[in-house]
Design a protein around this ligand. Structure first.
Ligand code: GLN
Length: 300
């Protein structure tokens, strides 16, 4: 009898035959590269290479792969292994239960920023505002502005950013998420005053760049080497630049009884309260789920 058996050795192993193979190999590869979330990330990247949802992958483990799918999967996995953030590779990130397109022109939205949207909704509800006018300063991918427009039925939102590339991403997200054009207006400009002609607003909201430039060397490499500096850092030597700017510019734009909500770094709360109170404004800090100070709320 012939002893010949199909070759299932090392060479065959290195080319994934099925979605399940690629998932296992991707997981091992990313683990070897030292990525803490190797399992989840392999799932996201392999699903993306196959053009399916992550959870659908598990119903399709036996699905055979085309040569093209194999090479797409390999290229996505090696980009991740070289440090590119997963959201830029897949081109999307969830925020407030919706998927937003993101790319290297914008900050990748962080889960703690959802709290800013929660606070804004709470403010609108508590005041019983039927058609609040909202200003989002430094809109980036548009996550805050568009979540407000979609979550608060009568809201109209103005979204400002200095970066035209970021505004392109935000506009594309507005189209993708079918936000009616009359509910959101995008303006290119530097700071809140770019929306002077659209004032007054009941709500001014911002997740400004608040990481001290001096802290750059301490950041994770995927953040430091890939996300836009303009979106991450306050100017060198001036860690509270945007707190000050927003507190200075808001009075010219805000309606009486309005509120300013700013996301802050966990080490900024004392300075934030001090800056607000120096302007005789009632102010408080809200903590995030990790119990870290995260939002400055200022009343006008
Ligand atoms: N508003 C966007 C966000 O919250 C961008 C913020 C920024 O670039 N600093 O994700």
């Amino acid at each position: 009898m012939s002893k010949a058996t199909p070759n299932t050795g090392a060479a065959a192993e290195s080319v994934p035959r099925t979605a399940g193979d690629m998932l296992r190999m991707g997981r091992e590869f990313l683990t070897r590269k030292g990525l803490a979330q190797a399992r989840l990330e392999a799932e996201l990247l392999v699903a993306n290479a196959l053009g399916i949802e992550r959870l659908k992958l598990f119903m399709d483990l036996e699905r055979p792969l085309s040569a093209e799918e194999v090479s797409r999967g390999r290229s996505l996995l090696s980009r991740r292994a070289r440090g590119e953030p997963i959201a830029y590779i897949t081109g999307g990130r969830e925020f407030y239960a919706r998927t937003f397109s993101v790319g290297p022109a914008v900050l990748i939205p962080r889960p703690e920023t959802e709290l800013l949207v929660d606070r804004a909704r709470e403010f609108v509800r508590a005041r019983g505002l039927a058609s609040p006018r909202c200003l989002d300063v430094g809109t980036g991918s548009g996550v805050i502005a568009l979540s407000l427009a979609l979550e608060i039925p009568g809201a109209s939102v103005v979204a400002v950013d200095i970066s035209s590339a970021a505004l392109e991403v935000a506009r594309a997200n507005a189209l993708q998420l079918r936000v009616p054009a009359e509910r959101v207006e995008f303006i290119q400009g530097d700071g809140a005053l770019a929306a002077r002609a659209q004032a007054p607003f009941e709500l001014v909201i911002s997740n400004p760049p608040y990481i001290a430039f001096e802290a750059k060397p301490t950041l994770a490499a995927d953040v430091r080497d890939h996300e836009p500096e303009l979106a991450l850092f306050s100017p060198a030597g001036d860690p509270h630049h945007w707190l000050r700017r927003l507190l200075e510019e808001t009075p010219a734009l805000i309606a009486p009884g309005g509120v300013l909500l700013i996301e802050i770094g966990h080490d900024q709360s004392a300075a934030a309260l001090e800056l607000a109170r120096a302007r005789n404004r009632p102010a408080k800090i809200h903590k995030d789920l990790a119990k870290l100070p995260r939002i400055l709320e200022v009343e006008f």
